[in-house]
Write a protein that binds this ligand. Structure first.
Ligand SMILES: Nc1ncnc2c1ncn2[C@@H]1O[C@H](COP(=O)(O)OP(=O)(O)OP(=O)(O)O)[C@@H](O)[C@H]1O
Ligand SMILES: [Mg+2]
Length: 407
């Protein structure tokens, strides 16, 4: 399932609510929305007002005319056949008699999931691409990469909606990089995830002069903030439904929100540099991603601050990681820092510089087909290189020489 199923429960009977919550949360991919909002939920469990059934049916009609994709499960302690027929006529999809039992609820959930999968697979064909950018450590340049890739795509495709999201909960800086206000953002959207809808999302996005839509993290430096589990998947699915490309600066910490984003992303760009500690961390990070069954084609590894005399080191690192570099971003501290200080992307501020040219020309290949992140065959390195010696001394194995390298 590509995204979470948001469920809302509107039920006076506490026992029924508790049972349903329990059965739903045992299944994967569900998110129980707080409150009774139906803003962006996929399914609503609604209790029939047995004294005023017409009142409930009117409500169902209103709900379905506002949100035709919503599925309503009706529950009641008793139901005569005439009322049941009427319930299905107004659009109820499942009826669950009280007290709830697993025998009734589970098959109803399975049927719902089949219908849901059918609906979303059609939508996903038109959904935008999510590209997550993750630094192997703080300061490697993840924010610079995310910002400049997003702006490059927007510059190349003026008419396509592109978004850039700051998911650095430790005080993201992207507002400064783009000279845009960053007071509201993800924290605002996820306050009550059940109420999140396209209108709220659009009113929180801030437009950059390039046309790019920006969403800040909303977190201050030194805040100790975490997003509710499931909320990032929800935000991502809404973002990708209205943008062609969604870039996310994930910072460098693998917390649960970042993992949710990585899971739902189409591509993960890992940013590293060619120092020994970074290479070691990169190796570990790749191991973690492969252990989580990420396909190699989903991952693109880029070296930031690449210097011309590091050619051999790149080859050696690729051999050691058993993974090719998808890009080598030239080292240019002056241009990179000046761009940040002026609140302008490199591709606008210093568009002729080699570093800006790398972004403008390299982005298509990097986020395009899967060529950039092709996997390498595993095996042992033939020679004992400098890096090989260092890594064997810290208990890491060296992979085989890469056969595919695209930059
Ligand atoms: N290609 C480059 N060449 C030289 N310096 C660079 C390059 N890319 C980024 N920098 C510089 O590296 C520093 C860190 O960049 P950036 O803020 O993008 O990293 P980060 O990984 O997001 O850091 P943080 O962990 O603080 O969020 C900045 O001063 C930036 O100007
Ligand atoms: Mg950053």
């Amino acid at each position: 399932m590509a995204r979470l199923i948001a469920v809302s429960i509107d039920c006076r009977n506490e026992e029924v609510r508790r049972m349903f919550e329990d059965m739903v949360s045992r299944r994967l991919h569900y998110l129980i929305a707080k409150g009774q909002g139906t803003g962006a939920v996929d399914m609503l469990l609604l209790e029939l007002d047995e004294f005023r059934p017409q009142h409930t049916f009117d409500r169902i009609r209103q709900l379905l005319s506002a949100a035709p994709g919503l599925e309503i499960f009706l529950t009641a302690s008793r139901m005569d056949p005439q009322l049941l027929l009427e319930a299905f006529r107004v659009g109820v999809k499942e009826f669950l008699p009280q007290p709830l039992t697993r025998q009734d609820v589970e098959p109803a959930l399975v049927r719902f999931e089949e219908r849901f999968a059918g609906k979303t697979s059609g939508l996903e064909m038109h959904a935008g691409k999510v590209i997550a950018v993750l630094g192997v450590r703080g300061g490697v340049g993840a924010s610079t990469v995310a910002t400049n890739l997003a702006v490059s795509v927007q510059q190349a495709r003026h008419h396509e909606p592109v978004a850039l999201i700051d998911l650095d909960v430790h005080g993201g800086d992207l507002g400064l990089f783009l000279d845009l206000p960053a007071s509201q953002g993800l924290t605002h959207l996820t306050k009550d995830i059940s109420r999140l809808d396209e209108t709220i999302l659009r009113s929180t996005l801030v437009r950059h002069p390039s046309g790019l839509q920006f969403l800040a993290s909303g977190c201050e430096a030194y805040d100790d903030f975490t997003f509710e589990p499931g909320s990032m998947m929800r935000v991502m699915s809404l973002l990708r439904s209205i943008h062609r490309h969604v870039f996310i600066d994930c910072g460098h910490v693998l917390n649960h929100s970042v993992r949710e984003v990585l899971d739902s992303a189409d591509q993960v760009i890992l940013v590293t540099t060619l120092s020994l500690p970074m290479i070691r961390r990169t190796k570990r990070l790749l191991e973690i991603l492969f252990a989580a069954h990420y396909p190699a084609a989903k991952i693109a590894l880029v070296v930031n601050r690449y210097q011309k005399d590091q050619k051999d080191l790149v080859t050696e690192t690729e051999t050691l990681l058993g993974f090719p570099m998808a890009g080598l971003i030239p080292n240019d501290y002056e241009s990179a820092s000046e761009a940040i200080n002026h609140g302008k992307p490199l591709t606008i501020m210093a568009s002729k510089s080699p570093i800006a040219q790398w972004y403008l020309q390299g982005v298509g290949q990097l986020i395009g087909d899967h060529a950039a992140g092709a996997a390498l065959s595993k095996g042992q390195a033939k020679g004992r290189s400098f890096l090989g010696r260092c890594f064997s001394s810290i208990g890491m194995e060296v992979g085989s020489k890469p056969s595919v390298v695209s930059r």
